[in-house]
Ligand binder design. Structure first.
Ligand SMILES: Nc1ncnc2c1ncn2[C@@H]1O[C@H](COP(=O)(O)OP(=O)(O)OP(=O)(O)O)[C@@H](O)[C@H]1O
Length: 370
């Protein structure tokens, strides 16, 4: 039975060092939920608290409506997969997968049925009699996954399970993991620092920084309407520019350069002063090269043709450099030194308060509890 997980004001300290000051969030039953953030932000710490391997210095963790703070790890019915596979080297694939069931004193006949089914689900039936040393990294990770899921855990925890695999296999395995999770429907908490991987597999992502949740949302919410400048910069690539919004006659005008203004009807301005410092995030793919005189003036600094896309760096009239990604076409690539005009649609721009760096753009969906 898959469960929901609720954190209420969770605190984690290592000695005097508080690494999670107070964290509240809810993970839904059956959901693929990813903890994403830079090294040291507390992802593994949080996962270990769910598993019961870390003490909890404050707050409460619930599985459904059951408080589990003091429940020992072995009674939490959790499946785990780590980056170093942790399969038993001396046991065959089949024996590895059967291990947890044998420990639970499941009948021989049932073990056979469940192991067979699981080997099918993760597509390693053909290797059932092999020892792990005769499997590739991806195949070993499938064994680890099968072994974690076969016990029918309430929660599946995965900590950077793909980081030991090469790039191609990582993509293949992340698709497999997603598919298998959908099939079995176990509440899954996944830890990664790879934002692309997080977007590929997750129902929702929690972006963390220094033990605090910055934004919880679907990959699309987080990418298109990030809650703050940190989230905008951490997920995907973006250009952050310091700018000013001018509020005049009930209209809010974003001044992108001295000559290029955009009237923004999708931002919320609470201050009364008529000039507001803001930070603006524009993703590289959202710039358009204008064919008219309208737009921000700039000069191409460099180009790089990458097949599907072409990357440019352009120096704006303000002296700032922006990164631009265009879908490649048969047209000639713009050479360094070319004068260009850049435009961007207002709905593609995210605007943040200049001081707090929190979004003031309408349409931010953030399930983080404050
Ligand atoms: N056993 C420990 N004793 C003391 N400090 C610890 C311990 N484990 C982790 N920390 C500290 O807690 C903070 C969070 O660490 P954690 O491993 O949870 O981060 P993470 O986001 O998983 O990082 P990474 O992506 O590098 O694995 C870090 O500052 C780390 O140094």
């Amino acid at each position: 039975m898959s469960v929901s997980i609720t954190f209420n004001n969770i605190v984690k300290k290592y000695g005097d060092n508080t690494v999670i000051p107070s964290l509240s969030m809810g993970i839904r039953q059956g959901e693929f939920f990813t903890l994403l953030g830079p090294s040291g932000c507390g992802k593994t710490t949080l996962l270990r608290m769910i598993a019961g391997f870390n003490s909890i210095e404050g707050g409460e963790i619930f599985f459904n409506d059951q408080l589990i703070n003091n429940k020992p790890p072995q009674h939490r019915n959790i499946g785990m997969v780590f980056q170093n596979y942790a399969v038993f080297p001396h046991l065959t694939v089949e024996k590895n997968v059967a291990f947890g069931l044998e420990n639970r004193k499941v009948s021989k006949q049932e073990i056979k049925q469940r192991v067979d089914r699981m080997l099918d689900v993760v597509q390693i039936s053909n290797f059932r009699n092999r020892l792990p040393e005769n499997l590739s990294g991806g195949q070993q990770q499938r064994v680890a996954l099968a072994r974690a899921i076969v016990i029918e855990p309430d929660v599946l925890l995965m900590d950077e399970p793909l980081s030991n695999l090469d790039a191609k296999l990582r993509v293949e395995m992340r698709n497999a993991i997603r598919e298998i999770q959908r099939k079995v429907g176990i509440t899954t908490v996944y830890v990664t620092h790879d934002q692309e991987e997080a977007m590929a597999v997750s129902d929702r992502i929690a972006v963390m920084k220094l033990g605090e949740i910055q934004h919880i949302g679907t990959p699309q919410n987080i990418y298109h309407r990030p809650a703050n400048v940190f989230v905008a910069s951490f997920i995907g690539r973006t250009n952050i520019l310091d700018r000013t919004c001018v509020v005049k006659d009930g209209k809010t005008i974003l001044q992108l350069t001295d000559h290029y203004f955009i009237e923004m009807d999708n931002i919320t301005v609470t201050k009364n002063d008529n000039k507001i410092p803001v930070k603006v995030s524009i993703r590289p793919e959202e710039f358009m090269f204008s064919r008219t005189e309208e737009g921000m003036s700039g000069t191409v600094i460099s180009n790089m043709f990458l097949g599907l896309n072409t990357h440019y760096f352009v120096e704006l009239e303000t002296g700032e450099q922006v990164e631009i990604i265009q879908e490649s076409s048969m047209e000639k690539i713009l050479e360094p030194g070319t004068e260009v005009k850049l435009m961007v649609k207002k709905e593609k721009i995210n605007v943040f308060d200049g001081e707090t760096e929190k979004s003031i753009t309408k349409g931010v969906i953030n399930d983080a509890k404050s």
